[in-house]
Design a protein around this ligand. Structure first.
Ligand SMILES: Nc1ncnc2c1ncn2[C@@H]1O[C@H](COP(=O)(O)OP(=O)(O)OP(=O)(O)O)[C@@H](O)[C@H]1O
Length: 260
């Protein structure tokens, strides 16, 4: 990412300690990183290091204990309207009694858009995820991969500044995961979205990311930020991307093993 590209999400000295009945549990000590406009950043690290906790702090679901996170220079203080979230458990995030179109329409209701623009956004989002024609179907009539596409369509119809995803492709089969990863790259191109992903899958992180943010130590810190410049679009170039970045993969695996 060029230096001239503005910072969209800035995290400075973020710390998080959970207060429990049995005492304080310091989970995150000090996280500092930037994600630039239109960038895909993946957060990786050993199990239990605090990746989901970080996303909870950034999306206002948990208060930070220290530090600041900003979107376009404005401090996050509660659930930010500029963000949309996609979870691993798509079955829990979609309303089974609403059609696909109504599920995608749901978060648009409080934007008070003109009806034509609202419907245009729904059509464009479903087209972007390859689900044109599925508007009248119910989530339970769709495969797991298709349901996750609906969840992604709902997020992109909202047109957030930052799309945050927690293990978004972990519950689908390998082939569907590849398709959803490519979809993610296309969304970035088409909508210019900044995307922050937590993933356990190092190949996925290397394939998708402009930067991989590695968390380590306990309580967690950023132990390494690995910039990845593929020198062109990655979509459809999976084999080449993974071969070229085998060294990076090995390095990230090593860092995570050391931290875990
Ligand atoms: N509400 C809570 N109260 C107290 N401790 C919590 C709470 N939520 C999470 N934790 C603890 O914080 C630590 C980090 O959890 P978190 O889910 O953020 O890790 P993670 O890196 O996302 O893990 P995984 O990779 O296994 O999904 C864990 O030790 C967990 O038990």
């Amino acid at each position: 990412m060029s230096i001239a590209t503005p910072v969209r999400l800035s995290v400075r000295g973020l710390a998080k300690t959970y207060r429990t009945k049995t005492g304080d549990v310091p989970v995150i000590a000090d996280l500092t990183f930037d994600v630039h406009v239109g960038e895909v950043a993946c957060i990786v690290g050993p199990s239990g290091i605090g990746k989901t906790t970080l996303l909870k702090c950034l999306t206002g679901l948990q208060p930070m204990s220290a530090g600041v996170a900003e979107i376009d220079g404005v401090a996050i203080d509660g659930p930010p309207e500029e963000m949309a979230l996609v979870f691993q458990e798509y079955t829990r995030s979609l309303m089974p009694w609403l059609t696909v179109a109504k599920n995608v329409r749901l978060p648009l209701r409080h934007l008070h858009l003109p009806v034509a623009e609202r419907e245009e956004r729904i059509t464009a989002a479903l087209a972007a995820v390859g689900l044109s024609g599925a508007e009248a179907k119910y989530p339970w009539q769709l495969s797991g991969g298709m349901q996750q596409r609906v969840a992604i369509a709902r997020a992109i119809a909202y047109r957030p500044e930052v799309l945050v995803m927690d293990e978004p492709f972990a519950s689908v089969d390998a082939q569907t995961r590849f398709e959803l990863e490519d979809l993610c790259l296309r969304i970035r191109e088409q909508f210019g979205m900044t995307i922050l992903i937590v993933t356990h899958d190092i190949d996925e992180a290397v394939y998708l990311s402009d930067q991989v943010i590695v968390l380590g130590e306990r309580p967690a810190r950023v132990t390494e930020v690995i910039e990845i410049d593929f020198g062109g679009p990655r979509d459809q170039l999976r084999t080449r991307a993974l071969a070229e970045f085998a060294e990076l993969r090995t390095r990230i695996f090593g860092l995570i093993r050391k931290a875990g």
